[in-house]
Design a protein around this ligand. Structure first.
Ligand SMILES: Cc1ncc(COP(=O)(O)O)c(C=O)c1O
Length: 326
């Protein structure tokens, strides 16, 4: 069939905004990771302890040995393991704040054996020749999708996927309170986990090609600056880069799990939703002390492009009030 001319309109979207047009597009970042590991034929992969469990799950059924490495207090590697030719090491640009460390330390040391997970760093550019993963829905309003930049030329084309059912959670949030559609969001995430390696759907690709990324990045930088001015004095997190990046969140590191739980509850009562990176680490007996502390005591405060100065002041006021109260 030739392409249609005329008929009713699809959802109206701009095009030409894709930040990484050279990327291969998948249904999720974990799918991109699995496809990369398979295409490279890696026999061993080093993953940080401090990472979402889905990355290791994505490797299920592959003949690959997974080793874990520990971080230091600056979120760099505590030690740099030596890699054999058929091994790789994945590092996360944590919160979108570690691009300098990657460029200055890891990329020169590991070269193309390094895999960068920019799921938390949509605006960190890929380095030449270094395979880099992105998970855009952690930054913008899409239901799924992953990008792989600098993957092998031999990557097989993944089968097509569809996202139209998953748009209900996003459209629902436009019309009603987020609580009403949180169940849909969770179902979407569970369905994605069960999906395996597929291509990005045409609808997700079209929405991602329509977004004003410069505006998203500017707003995130501004919000990060504002929260830094208000909250750095109370924050144990100190691994800030020299410049202000368009980060994922403002990482607020507290002293104790009790303090973190109390603040999280207080924010929830004010309809301020703070995720946990990553709850599954807390119950895992092999989690090192630093990573456990991060999972228990670090609150990634939301500061995305939906919010302006007044929202950030409201958030900072709520944090400060709670921290002052004995
Ligand atoms: C650091 C990190 N990398 C990768 C992923 C997986 O991304 P996706 O859900 O797009 O597969 C996650 C969590 O979901 C993550 O936190």
């Amino acid at each position: 069939m030739p392409e249609a001319i005329g008929g009713y309109f699809e959802l109206e979207l701009r095009s030409g905004q894709h930040p990484y047009p050279q990327a291969v597009a998948f249904n999720s970042a974990r799918a991109a990771f699995r496809a990369l590991v398979q295409a490279r034929g890696l026999r061993r992969i080093y993953l940080p302890h401090y990472i979402c469990a889905v990355l290791e799950h994505a490797l299920q059924g592959l003949d690959i040995d997974v080793r874990r490495y520990a971080l230091d207090a600056e979120l760099g590697l505590a030690g740099l393991p030596d890699l054999a030719g058929d091994e790789g090491l994945l590092y996360v640009d944590y919160f979108g704040l570690k691009a300098d460390y990657i460029r200055q330390v890891l990329a020169p040391h590991y070269g193309t054996q390094l895999i960068i997970d920019n799921s938390q760093a949509l605006f960190s550019q890929p380095l030449p020749g270094i395979a880099t993963l992105y998970s855009p829905r952690k930054f913008v309003g899409v239901a799924d999708g992953g990008w792989l930049v600098n993957g092998p030329a031999t990557l097989p084309a993944p089968p097509e996927s569809a996202s139209r059912e998953r748009f209900a959670a996003l459209l629902g949030r436009l019309e009603q309170a987020p609580e009403k559609h949180y169940g849909d969001y969770q179902e979407n995430e569970a369905a994605l986990a069960a999906q395996g390696v597929l291509a990005m759907s045409a609808s997700t690709a079209r929405v991602l090609d329509s977004i004003d990324y410069a505006n998203v990045a500017d707003r995130r930088r501004r919000n990060l600056m504002l929260l830094r001015e208000r909250l750095d004095g109370r924050n144990r997190f100190t691994a800030w880069p020299a410049d202000v990046p368009a980060a994922l969140c403002y990482p607020l590191l507290l002293d104790s799990p009790a303090q973190a739980t109390r603040l999280r509850q207080h924010l929830l009562q004010q309809a301020i939703f703070v995720p946990c990176y990553w709850r599954e680490l807390i119950d895992n007996p092999t989690t090192p002390a630093l990573e456990r502390h991060l999972a228990e005591c670090l609150l990634p405060l939301p500061m995305d492009q939906r919010y302006g100065d007044a929202d950030m002041h409201r958030l900072a006021d709520a944090v400060i009030l709670n921290m002052r109260t004995p």
